[in-house]
Ligand binder design. Structure first.
Ligand code: NAI
Ligand code: MG
Length: 354
């Protein structure tokens, strides 16, 4: 088994945590009998922008070619490039051009990570947030009239398609089927958003009818946010539109204290295009260059990538190694009250693998 991987470190700590993600991948490859054919790309970063006036070359798609996956660090350097440009011209291009319509994030309590919710132990909270990643509230349909006057009007429409909605729901129900609890929770707001959200609810019911072995329920997004904080133990797979999913996929990891170590996947489940795996965090300009960034988000993203590539044993082994390292203050980084630097932490995970 050989996997072609595009490696794009990006900016700031992206460049520091990426080598640790790759170190762990290479160790896993050696132990589990597959090989990695890496191509590192020096675009989608703000230094590239300084040289070329854009974040990526015009032919970036041709340069990336047809890898099995893209392994991404973090992008953004607000002192030199405004965030809406650096992100829109890089990571958001990938999501849209590659039709990565699933954004998947684990919410899991980990050892060594202080949980802001009282009385929970690792194992108590373990669920997935499945966010629709290509349509919904984040459309470009809308406009302004009479700007700067008292008659000013601004509109932005939500665009939901049957195709786009059904495919994200199908993914969520399929994912639930692989889990012990087999339960899907849908985020809605049909009491207030009275056209698109009741329609979303109907699609959920329709899809659920094809999965008699999976239970489901729904919450309005406001109370769902409260439930994430009060009763996160009750969730298994949570599926949501683009905006609601965006909010839940930050809130979920925040409730388990893991936002700094959390991974995410932007997936095209049909595999007609490459999927992209990246930590949740950004380029952290405040700590960049010091060698103290926590590499666990990048390493956990590597595990998600291997799962997607069809190497579940290697992925599970990486997660066991991550848990071993997180439990040990001398091996984890300072943001988790440890004493290791980025490289020491990454090496520790690689060693714990074997
Ligand atoms: P951030 O995630 O980069 O940093 C937020 C805080 O968390 C900072 O105090 C940082 O030091 C800390 N932190 C983040 N990751 C850490 C790690 N691995 N180890 C230890 N501490 C860590 O978010 P911020 O500051 O809002 O954004 C900085 C830049 O990153 C901006 O340009 C933003 O647009 C970009 N960004 C990019 C993302 C991406 O590439 N997908 C996602 C989020 C932000
Ligand atoms: Mg977000």
């Amino acid at each position: 088994r050989n996997y072609k991987i595009s490696v794009i470190p990006g900016d700031g700590i992206g460049k520091e945590v990426m080598p640790e993600g790759v170190r762990v991948l290479e160790r896993a490859a050696g132990l589990y009998g597959f090989t990695l054919d890496q191509t590192w790309h020096d675009f989608a970063n703000c230094d590239y922008y300084a040289r070329h006036g854009q974040m990526m070359p015009d032919d970036w798609k041709a340069q990336i070619g047809d890898p099995h996956a893209i392994f991404f660090g973090a992008v953004g350097w607000p002192d030199t490039v405004p965030d809406h440009i650096s992100l829109w011209q890089s990571i958001l291009q990938f999501r849209r051009e590659y039709d990565q319509y699933i954004n998947l994030r684990p919410v899991r309590l980990m050892p060594g990570v202080p949980c802001p919710l009282a009385g929970r132990e690792p194992g108590d909270i373990d669920f997935w947030v499945v966010r629709e990643n290509t349509e919904g509230e984040y459309s470009s349909v809308g406009g302004k009239m009479f700007p700067g006057t008292p008659r000013e009007i601004v509109m932005q429409e939500t665009v939901m398609t049957r195709h786009g909605t059904e495919r994200v729901l199908r993914y969520a129900f399929d994912l639930a089927r692989t889990r012990e609890r087999r339960h899907v929770t849908s985020a809605t707001k049909s009491n207030g958003i009275a056209i698109s959200m009741p329609w979303w609810d109907e699609r959920v019911e329709e899809m659920a009818a094809h999965y008699p072995d999976v239970t489901h329920d729904k919450y309005h997004i406001d109370i769902l946010c409260a439930q994430f904080v009060m009763n996160p133990d009750r969730f298994d797979v949570v599926v949501a539109s683009n905006l609601f999913g965006d909010i839940l996929s930050d809130l979920g990891p925040a409730c388990t204290g893991t936002i700094g170590v959390a991974p995410s996947a932007n997936i095209n489940p049909e595999r007609t295009t490459p999927s992209l795996f990246e930590p949740v965090h950004g380029s952290a300009p405040d700590i960049a260059g010091k060698g103290i960034a926590n590499p666990i988000g990048q390493i956990w993203s590597a595990a998600m990538m291997l799962e997607h590539l069809g190497e579940p044993d290697a992925a599970a082994a990486i997660m066991r190694a991550v848990e071993t390292v997180l439990a040990e203050p001398g091996l984890r980084t300072r943001d988790l009250k440890g004493s290791a630097d980025t490289e020491q932490c990454g090496r520790a995970v690689a060693e714990a693998l074997s």
